[in-house]
Design a protein around this ligand. Structure first.
Ligand code: DGL
Length: 272
């Protein structure tokens, strides 16, 4: 038994898609979340900058006394390579868990991957899929406008702007014949309805949710369950407005969000 919280971080609101799945599969665990909303997006930045930010985010999360850490950010997960930000804690990013689920789900051997510019340029999802199953065909597409859409609350599938941007980015994926799509950036499930409308019966894999399911395995295998019953606490930290974060989180969770939200400035963050 281990009553310490699970630590999750992302560049912004995207990692909440991982938190939502954690709340489903590990309801009695406490969660500490950091969303770096003052510096989002990460996906347009260089690998060095992404790694520097990830190291600062991870150091902050570790200081919260967590038992396991999830980089719920496709951009960070695919930039890391051999860089170890775990500080010795059990750790997962989102790439490997999502790739593993996609390989199992792909019936026709064709997988689509969407992500930020940095994620797609890294080739991390494709490499991970091919390590498991070399013959699978992978079609990748960067969708750089999706993160700003989500961070600004543009997620309604009937919104004409949302519809058009989704159509433009996903047309090549549709044409590829993929029957599975990895939403390789954790922000993208916020647009899942619009994506599903465009792609029809393609199976959508949320990378953040896949990481949460993998984290559950790590917790069970390591006998690290909280041992409590009932709902765990969600404590969120954000580097920009706590109010705006709370509004967006409430929008995403509906009535299900009763966590705390506190601001930590970038100056405080880089000191940790
Ligand atoms: N949620 C992050 C990801 O998974 C968003 C990236 C960004 O900040 O550009 O890639």
């Amino acid at each position: 038994m281990d009553s310490r919280p699970i630590g999750v971080f992302d560049s912004g609101l995207g990692g909440l898609t991982c938190v939502a799945e954690l709340m489903k599969v590990l309801p009695d665990e406490d969660i500490v979340y950091f969303g770096d909303t003052a510096r989002v997006p990460y996906g347009t930045r260089s690998r060095n900058t992404i790694i520097e930010y990830a190291q600062q985010d991870a150091a902050f999360i570790r200081k919260k006394g967590v038992k396991l850490m999830i980089a719920a950010c496709g951009t960070v997960s695919s930039a890391l390579g051999d860089v170890d930000i775990s500080g010795g804690l059990p750790f997962t990013g989102v790439v490997e868990p999502a790739a593993a689920e996609a390989v199992i789900a792909a019936e026709n051997g064709i997988i689509g991957v969407i992500g930020t510019a940095a994620t797609i340029a890294s080739g991390a999802y494709e490499a991970s899929i091919k390590r498991i199953f070399p013959d699978i065909k992978v079609y990748s597409q960067a969708c750089p406008l999706f993160v700003p859409l989500v961070e600004n609350g543009f997620t309604d599938k009937n919104d004409i702007v949302v519809k058009e941007i989704v159509r433009r980015y996903l047309e090549p994926i549709k044409a590829s014949g993929a029957d599975v799509l990895i939403m390789g950036c954790t922000h993208y499930p916020h647009l899942a309805d619009a994506i599903a409308d465009m792609l029809g019966d393609v199976k959508l894999i949320s990378s953040g949710a896949a990481a949460a399911r993998y984290a559950k395995r790590l917790i069970i295998e390591g006998s690290m369950q909280s041992g409590r019953s009932g709902h765990g606490k969600i404590s969120c930290y954000t580097s920009d407005s706590a109010e705006k974060f709370r509004e967006n989180a409430a929008l995403f969770f509906g009535n299900g969000f009763d966590g705390t939200v506190d601001r930590i400035t970038i100056e405080e963050l880089v000191k940790t």
